[in-house]
Design a protein around this ligand. Structure first.
Ligand code: FEO
Length: 173
């Protein structure tokens, strides 16, 4: 059984993951309309991965006989000043998500809820990857600067990203 404090934190995380998905879908739509099909693809894959993250939390709450409570999803921005602006917003957002994950991890540890702590451990590692991939793209975008060919090459590179389920934990139990 989950404590109400942990259940609330996990439900807030379901909401945050779906908001993340919504944010990245918005970025995908924006770049699609700006002619960057590859960047749009990268964010579309990100959207699907975030939905997987929400699903992992949803499955986990159910597996502990908890109650999933879906709250309203806040609106998201719909445009960005530049490619750099969007990826910097991505990194900033992922850093916030990392802090949320760390807080639930610490809460689980404080409550001796080791099952929740262990499930959170997957997300701790995932957040390292999430932040690293945003940072890597930011570095490339800065290197490219105003170079049109560079932007074209980056778009081609990001077009190659394909979706694979983030974890088998995202499959309904
Ligand atoms: Fe679900 Fe991008 O963290």
């Amino acid at each position: 059984m989950l404590s109400s404090k942990i259940q609330d934190a996990l439900n807030a995380q379901v909401n945050a993951e779906i908001w993340s998905a919504y944010l990245y879908l918005s970025m995908s739509c924006y770049f699609e309309s700006e002619g960057y099909a590859g960047i749009a693809n990268w964010f579309k894959v990100q959207w699907k991965e975030e939905l997987d993250h929400a699903e992992i939390f949803r499955n986990y709450i159910h597996s502990r006989s908890g109650r999933v409570e879906l709250k309203a999803i806040d609106s998201v921005p719909t445009e960005w000043k530049s490619i750099l602006d969007a990826f910097e917003a991505t990194l900033e957002h992922e850093q916030k998500v990392t802090a949320m994950i760390n807080n639930i991890y610490a809460l689980a540890e404080a409550e001796n809820d080791y099952a929740t702590r262990d499930r959170l451990a997957w997300f701790v590692s995932e957040q390292v990857e999430e932040e690293e991939s945003a940072r890597t793209i930011i570095d490339k975008v800065k290197m490219i600067g105003d170079n049109g060919m560079g932007r074209y090459m980056l778009d081609q590179e990001l077009a190659a990203r394909t979706y694979t389920q983030a974890s088998p934990l995202a499959t309904a139990e």
